[in-house]
Design a protein around this ligand. Structure first.
Ligand code: KG4
Ligand code: ZN
Length: 335
């Protein structure tokens, strides 16, 4: 089944064409097309995503990508259209939904609603040729979410933990601002951290040793705030703060994930979401998984941050499962 997908939940306008097959038993994907038009440069000036601006840009970019991504011959092979219905910025979500409705009607194709977070969760499958060994622990880390899942099968899971305040991506973005780095902060912090000392600043590891599987990142951000307050942000201070913050965030994520793996007798770890693009995080989880003889699955770099290919995968699995999302913006949809 070939699914054409549309993603507009935040600041990337994206479309993809994905060949999906194998059902829930052996889900396999081949990404035939994937295009992303990023608005990062535009929002950078405001230090974060401005919803009204995002909406305007999506409206401008959707027809541009749509006109050029597929030939009419390729359109003839499309079986369904998928669109992100949530979570995300409501005005941004609506632009994608309205556009998808229009082309589904025009081309007489069924329209499938998809959950953006399921998209992230399934993004490692886009480049895999084997099944995920189950049970597995899934760590979904993005700009808006930090979630731990215990997966009994690919489509059945229990949410066992999440952040009680800031998402980890949000913490990267806020800390970046404190040390004069532009939005989005994640990649900037990673780059600065390479030149800094991760032990230079003594930062807390909030909730790392609690019995539950929840997270908290706002205290870590506040600790960084107190460290830099009243100081001139020199290159050295920036690098050391970035390295120390990144090390603290990674340690908390890794400890909780592997505690969950132990608690749920998991055979695998899945890492996905925008923060999964963080190289030291990928390396740390990979190393710990090897030490414990667990499989480690992570999304390819290009499918870690927002994209539409993952939306096609989520739509396919959800449809195979017999589930349906209402085709309307659901800003607070969760896993
Ligand atoms: O999944 P995503 O693209 O959008 C949401 O659904 O939120 O995630 C965006 C988040 C941002 O907070 C960004 O700073 C973070 O992912 N991020 C990173 C890296 N690349 C993106 N965080 C840490 N290290 C990175 N290399
Ligand atoms: Zn995302």
């Amino acid at each position: 089944m070939k699914i054409f997908s549309i993603e507009t939940s935040c600041d990337e306008t994206a479309m993809a064409l994905v060949d999906c097959h194998g059902g829930l038993e052996e889900p396999r994907f081949e990404v035939l097309k994937s295009e992303i038009s990023s608005q990062v440069e535009l929002h950078r000036e405001y230090g974060g995503v401005v919803p009204g601006l995002a909406k305007r840009e999506h409206i401008k970019n959707l027809p541009l990508i749509y006109e050029s991504i597929l030939t009419e011959d390729e359109w003839k092979q499309v079986d369904a259209i998928a669109v992100t219905v949530g979570p995300g910025l409501e005005p941004a979500l609506w632009t994608g939904i309205s556009f998808a409705k229009e082309i589904a009607e025009k081309r007489n194709l069924p329209l499938i609603g998809a959950n953006h977070l399921e998209g992230h969760l399934y993004s490692p499958l886009l480049t895999m040729k084997e099944n995920i060994e189950l049970p597995a622990i899934g760590l979904v880390v993005s700009g808006g979410h930090t979630i731990l899942l215990a997966l009994e099968s690919i489509d059945k899971w229990e949410k066992i933990g999440e952040t009680r305040d800031d998402a980890v991506g949000e913490a990267f973005d806020k800390v970046a601002r404190l040390i004069d780095l532009p939005y989005p902060g994640g990649p900037e912090i990673q780059r600065e951290a390479e030149k800094g000392d991760p032990e230079a600043v003594d930062l807390p590891r909030p909730m790392m040793d609690t019995k539950d599987y929840d997270f908290s990142f706002s205290g870590l951000k506040t600790a960084v705030l107190y460290h830099v307050k009243g100081k001139e942000v020199t290159d050295q201070l920036r690098r050391d703060t970035a390295a120390s913050f990144q090390a603290a965030a990674i340690e908390v994520l890794a400890e909780k994930t592997f505690k969950a793996a132990w608690g749920y007798r998991a055979k695998s770890i899945i890492l996905a979401g925008g923060v999964a693009a963080n190289k030291p995080l990928r390396e740390e989880l990979d190393k710990r998984a090897k030490d414990k003889n667990l499989n480690f699955y992570v999304s390819d770099m290009k499918y870690s941050t927002d994209n539409a290919a993952m939306i096609a995968a989520a739509a396919y699995i959800n449809k195979e499962k017999g589930n349906e999302y209402k085709i309307e913006a659901q800003a607070n949809l969760n896993l």
